[in-house]
Write a protein that binds this ligand. Structure first.
Ligand code: ARG
Ligand code: ZN
Length: 413
């Protein structure tokens, strides 16, 4: 009886989130410079052997460097391994916990006069409170939308910005990967500008389209990433003794074909079948109901890349050439303000072969003309731990590029 009681208490404590937040003391980020095909190969083997080594940038023939986060106990072994294979490396972040400590996560309580500040990250409740406030503040323009539900039953909340009927649609899908905090933050900044900017181009982009904006499409994962484990990427569905499906490998488009895992420990675990997860299933159903979608923008970090479908081939399929040309020009617009450089191209060509993503499904099944995946700042210096001072500049430059995309595409209309 007593044992059952103790087990029950432990269960309650852990499921109610009272368990201790995981610390990354002396976890180090390694930047590795492979120079031969063999180097890439052994790094891939290492990645497959040890799912607990967190590759922030995967070893593929396309990348000039690879990044790995190592726990303190694995560092000697990793360094030995790299030296043995004659690979150069440097430690770019010696103690990741220090960077985590510099990130701030604030609550936001509803306040009709206040607004969010753009120098901190926010909790899920904070973001949802802010959404509720926008709906109140702009009753004729903003409505609340529910894109679906998470495994733990949280709604995927968003806003629709519409200045009247008859407009074509733009969708922003952010935060599908929990640890990429800049994605919801920059997306919220953009939503705010669309509602309050004085800039004529921004105002007209806001006015001329219906905007469907989902800042956090993986709410369970997002909560987990600030309450328990900063580096969480997947959703939180239990799979045997493990947790989580990579929601950007779970869409019904070339499911499990490339760059996805069948191992539930893996960060790219694709799930038990296409759309096995409530988040992807319900969000895809919602997306089907949006009429006249011209743009679908899936917002990730990091790497400063603008990617077009598909992830299973480097063939220039569909309107690849138009999409890439328009994308490149938009990245020119993005660079004007702060000189931030992006690489534009097909997913498999620029990044890696990877399928089952939302962007591919939207392109394949909804036939949306312009589907892009943004990998926001930075290019590896801070990676997922982008300092909060960069939220505003990242939001500004990204909005510059989106406005440019929309204006260019009118020529095609
Ligand atoms: N970093 C993103 C991911 O790995 C890129 C997504 C690009 N799209 C894709 N379908 N692979 O999920
Ligand atoms: Zn991502």
């Amino acid at each position: 009886m007593r044992i059952i009681l103790i087990l029950f208490v432990i269960y309650e404590l852990s499921s109610n989130g009272f368990c201790e937040k995981f610390r990354f003391d002396n976890y180090s980020l390694y930047k590795i410079l492979p120079t031969t095909d063999d180097h890439i190969k052994v790094l891939q083997d290492l990645q497959n052997e040890d799912p607990y080594l967190d590759f922030w940038k995967d070893p593929t023939p396309k990348v000039p460097f690879v990044m790995v986060l190592s726990s303190p106990d694995k560092k000697p072994k990793l360094e030995n391994f790299l030296s043995q294979h004659g690979m150069d490396f440097e430690i770019t972040i010696p103690n990741v916990q220090e960077n985590i400590d510099k990130e701030t996560v604030r609550e936001y309580t509803r306040n009709n006069n206040g607004s969010m500040s753009w120098d901190t990250y926010y909790t899920l409740d904070g973001i949802n409170n802010w959404i509720a406030q926008l709906i109140n503040q702009y009753p004729n323009i903003v409505s609340g939308i529910v894109g679906g539900y998470s495994y733990e039953g949280r709604p995927i909340l968003g806003i629709k910005i519409s200045h009247g009927p008859g407009r074509r649609a733009v969708v922003l899908e952010a935060g599908i990967h929990a640890r990429e905090w800049i994605s919801p933050a920059a997306t919220n900044f953009i939503a705010n500008e669309l509602l309050s900017s004085d800039d004529e181009m921004t105002k007209s982009a806001a006015r001329d389209y219906d905007w469907y904006i989902f800042p956090v499409t993986n709410p369970d994962g997002y909560v987990w990433s600030y309450k328990e484990f900063r580096m969480w990427r997947k959703n939180r569905r239990p799979i045997g003794v493990h947790f989580g499906v990579d929601l950007n490998r779970n869409w019904n488009s070339n499911w499990l074909r490339f760059g996805a895992s069948t191992n539930p420990i893996s960060n790219t675990y694709a799930g038990t079948g296409p759309f096995s997860e409530p988040e992807t299933r319900s969000l895809s159903e919602y997306l089907r109901t949006i009429k006249d979608m011209d743009y679908y923008l899936s917002i990730h970090s990091w790497g400063q890349m603008l990617l077009v479908p598909f992830g299973n081939t480097t063939e220039p399929l569909d309107n690849y050439h138009d999409a890439v040309n328009i994308g490149r020009r938009a990245m020119g617009a993005l660079s004007v303000r702060y000189g931030t450089n992006y690489t534009t191209g097909n997913i498999a060509e620029v990044l890696y072969f990877a399928t089952g993503g939302s962007d591919e499904w939207v392109k394949e099944h909804l036939h949306v003309p312009f589907v892009y995946c943004y990998e926001l700042r930075d290019s590896g210096e801070h990676g997922f731990l982008l300092p909060p001072e960069q939220i505003r500049p990242t939001g500004e430059e990204t909005l510059d590029s989106i406005v440019d995309l929309l204006f260019q595409a009118r020529r095609f209309g």
